[in-house]
Design a protein around this ligand. Sequence first.
Ligand SMILES: NC(=O)c1ccc[n+]([C@@H]2O[C@H](COP(=O)([O-])OP(=O)(O)OC[C@H]3O[C@@H](n4cnc5c(N)ncnc54)[C@H](OP(=O)(O)O)[C@@H]3O)[C@@H](O)[C@H]2O)c1
Length: 224
Amino acid sequence: MNLKDKVILITGAGSGLGKALAIAAGQAGAKVICAARRKERIQQTAEEVTKAGGVGTAVEMDVTDGKSVEKAVTQAEKEVGSIQILINNAGIITGMKAVQDLPVEEWDRIMATNVRGPYLLIRAILPGMIQRGFGRIVNISAPIKHLPKASAYCASKCALDSLTKAVSYELKGVDVLINAVEPPFLDTEMHKGGKKPEEVVAQILELAIAEAGAPGGRVVKIAQ
Ligand SMILES: NC(=O)c1ccc[n+]([C@@H]2O[C@H](COP(=O)([O-])OP(=O)(O)OC[C@H]3O[C@@H](n4cnc5c(N)ncnc54)[C@H](OP(=O)(O)O)[C@@H]3O)[C@@H](O)[C@H]2O)c1
């Protein structure tokens, strides 16, 4: 299986890893729906996807907001076609604080982006995948699971891993696979230093085109 003409939605595609994934998918000939809040950023990525040989489309989406997700998915599927691959990449980490110093609103924002977001996207897109008998979902987790002063981020990524495994058990007997990936530290807006996102995209996209019968529910680590 390859990405040629596949319809793939990537959240957080305006920067960092999401942008690199979108362009790499474009180079492989995919139809890439680039979703995030900052319009200019996703438009820029969509243009680069098209220049790279794919078809790029930008849709504004706030992954924390159910109505925004539903609206963007409906619009994208109307314009581009049924979504076959979903990469839940959008994520945030905010200031390093001990748990008692972390404002409740900050906890909520991190959990809403990193866990509620992927859940809302899966909820919006999975029924179509099941109905059509094909789908691939890749959730971008993180190697950080127990870091002091990053409790909300760590809890959110552990929750994302659990969501991945639990949903995979619901998908027995249908060619829809859901897996998670732990990329290494990456040099992006979120984190300074580490690998370039372009260095890890091939391994992530491999899961997005995994053949029927490949395992689901995995949390795949990419070496630093
Ligand atoms: N950088 C690392 O070292 C590292 C390591 C392991 C895993 N990761 C994971 O990799 C993923 C990508 O991170 P990155 O390093 O590429 O960081 P990044 O450049 O900051 O990208 C994060 C993207 O998420 C989008 N986003 C944030 N909140 C959103 C919302 N409410 N709705 C829609 N989109 C939203 C942002 O776009 P808008 O602001 O335009 O919405 C942004 O483009 C994250 O899940 C992160 O946890 C990163």
